[in-house]
Each structure stands twice: as structure tokens, then as C-alpha cells.
Design a protein around this ligand. Structure first.
Ligand code: MG
Length: 142
């Protein structure tokens, strides 16, 4: 049994869709990034690769590589699972905390659990997603 942690942060960017955990959240500014900016997917990738000591999202999908420009991060996650499987690991569960003042994550939690659980092949029962605000404190709060 190995456990990894992942973390990611992205700036908001007007004119881009907001995609978190593979779910398109309407009526909200998206996140900047070389790929689709799905910070939840990126953090999960880092946690999985970290657990396997198999690199990180940047080493597998570098932003200098045009292949990953505007990439579907859930496809990157699928590839990360393949890296783990190539090392005879399998994902058991993931636990995600999304920290932001807006949007409210609650209404999208089940859709994210479904989407992540499908790609990870552990189903929604293996995926926890929780939203937290930063109580308007600090750079996250702003
Ligand atoms: Mg990222």
C-alpha cells in the first residue's frame, strides 16, 4: 500500500471553460493553463504518480510539449493510470479537497466523483471530493 499527495493551483482566466474533475462547470471563469486547466485532475495525477515514485504531471506531460496544449486532463489522468499499471500498481481510492471561494463545489461533487471514478476504474465509491473555502483569507481567499 502506497499513498501519495497532490497539489495544484491555477489562475482564473476569462474566456476559458471551467473544468474541474472532468466536469464542465458553467457560468464561471475557467482556469489558465497549457492543458484544459483542470487542477483537480492535475492534483490527482500528482498524487498517483507520487505514490508510485513515478514522476509528476510536469515530467510526464510537460507544458513545453505541444501535444498537451489544451489537452483533456482526464486523458492525462488515464495515461497516468497506465503508468501505474505498467508498474503493477492499481488505484484503490482518491480523496480530493478543492479550495476556492467560487464556484461552490458542492453541486458538482457527484459528477466529479463519477468522472474521476470512471477514469480511475474505481467507481464513485472510491472517490471523495470535498469543497472548502479559504474564508476569504490570503491569496486563495482573494
Ligand atoms: Mg495544473
Amino acid at each position: 500500500m502506497r499513498i501519495g499527495t497532490g497539489y495544484d493551483s491555477h489562475r482564473f482566466a476569462e474566456g476559458r471553460p471551467l473544468i474541474l474533475g472532468g466536469v464542465r462547470i458553467p457560468d464561471h471563469a475557467g482556469l489558465s493553463g497549457h492543458s484544459d486547466g483542470d487542477a483537480v485532475a492535475h492534483a490527482v495525477i500528482d498524487a498517483l504518480l507520487g505514490a508510485a515514485a513515478a514522476g509528476n504531471v510536469g515530467s510526464h506531460f510537460p507544458p513545453t510539449d505541444d501535444r498537451w496544449k489544451d489537452a483533456d486532463s482526464m486523458e492525462l489522468l488515464r495515461r497516468a493510470v497506465q503508468v501505474l499499471e505498467g508498474r503493477n500498481y492499481q488505484v484503490v481510492n482518491v480523496d480530493v479537497t478543492v479550495v476556492c471561494e467560487s464556484p461552490k463545489i458542492g453541486p458538482w461533487v457527484d459528477a466529479m466523483r463519477d468522472a474521476l471514478g470512471a477514469v480511475l476504474r474505481i467507481g464513485p465509491g472510491g472517490v471523495s471530493v470535498k469543497g472548502k473555502t479559504n474564508e476569504r483569507m490570503g491569496w486563495i481567499g482573494r
